[in-house]
Write a protein of this length. Structure first.
Length: 319
């Protein structure tokens, strides 16, 4: 109920701001998804597009433009007219990490885009085998400090690697990272006893946790997540200032009219106020959280700086 009241209150305020812009949208709106059809971001984006269409009585059409880690679609969005009829679903990859992972991504995430509204975050979780005596983050920190670089942690994406780097520096927790090509391979390695720990998205690991096949130690969001009730965050377990999550934000090309941002923010807030929408997003791996305006801009800017520092600390060279 607390989350619903927040969403409803924000929706009312944003809707009042948007009354002057009732003429938008007058035609279908294209949403560029810079990832392949069937991928997690695409599935969530299609659901969001359908729900937004119901709110504003206009079609939102997904346009998949995958390639180069999301850069192809993001380049296209950056060059589109800032009229509100081309938007894109941006992530912590396209609008934070890629500026440091690619020598020339082909766009500037701050100069070329206006963040419109956040839909939610994608928390990660540290897990281990159920028979492991380690059952909390403080215990894992102590164990890794007792055996520096001896305990292994499976990672499969840049986001997983950055979650590890932040934990390693903040705790500190000198775990040794082992790279895998995907979550499935990481899970197989952990279940088979080839690695000691793993960090990956809650969406990838939740079924293994609820079935008892894996044991959750802590989530990487600032606070515990509704997606894994009863599992405390690393910050709540004493790792001060720790927060590393994926996120989903709707962006428009720079120069989009303010009234367009108001309409889209209000529509998203109204959509997220519905419990069934929140439940569906959590099934898709997204913890619904709404931000817009200066708060969202400050968040995106801070995230870009954070990812830059972490990538530099990991000594990852741009492609």
């Amino acid at each position: 109920m607390k989350y619903r009241r927040v969403f409803i209150g924000l929706w009312g305020w944003l809707l009042a701001c948007a009354l002057q812009a009732q003429t938008y949208p007058q035609k279908p709106v294209r949403i560029i998804v810079p990832y392949a059809a069937g991928q997690g971001t695409d599935i969530a984006s299609r659901y969001l597009a359908d729900e937004l269409s119901k709110v504003v009585n206009q079609a939102f059409v997904i346009d998949n433009r995958p390639g180069a880690g999301g850069n192809i679609g993001t380049q296209l969005a950056a060059k589109s007219a800032p009229d509100g009829y081309t938007l894109m679903v941006g992530t912590n990859a396209t609008h934070a990490a890629n500026a440091y992972l690619y020598a020339n991504p082909g766009f500037d995430p701050q100069a070329d885009f206006e963040p419109i509204v956040m839909v939610g975050i994608l928390p990660l979780v540290y897990v281990t085998q159920p028979g492991n005596p380690i059952s909390s983050i403080p215990e894992l920190t102590n164990a890794s400090q007792a055996r520096p670089e001896r305990l292994t942690v499976a990672i499969s994406t840049t986001t997983c690697r950055m979650a590890h780097e932040l934990y390693k520096s903040r705790a500190p927790a000198p775990l040794f990272p082992v790279d895998f090509k995907g979550s499935t391979q990481s899970i197989t390695a952990l279940v088979g006893g080839h690695v000691d720990y793993m960090v990956d998205t809650v969406a990838s690991l939740r079924s293994h946790i609820t079935s008892g096949q894996l044991k959750a130690l802590g989530v990487t969001s600032a606070k515990s997540s509704r997606m894994l009730p009863g599992v405390k965050s690393l910050a709540e377990q004493g790792v001060q200032g720790y927060e590393l999550v994926g996120w989903t934000v709707l962006f428009a090309p720079k120069g989009v009219p303010p009234e367009v941002s108001q309409v889209l923010s209000a529509a998203t807030a109204k959509m997220l106020a519905r419990p069934e929408v929140q439940d569906k997003l959590m099934q898709l791996g997204i913890d619904p959280q709404i931000k817009s305006g200066p708060e969202l801009k400050a968040f995106v800017d801070a995230e870009k700086d954070k990812w830059g520092r972490l990538i530099a600390a990991a000594k990852i060279q741009p492609n």
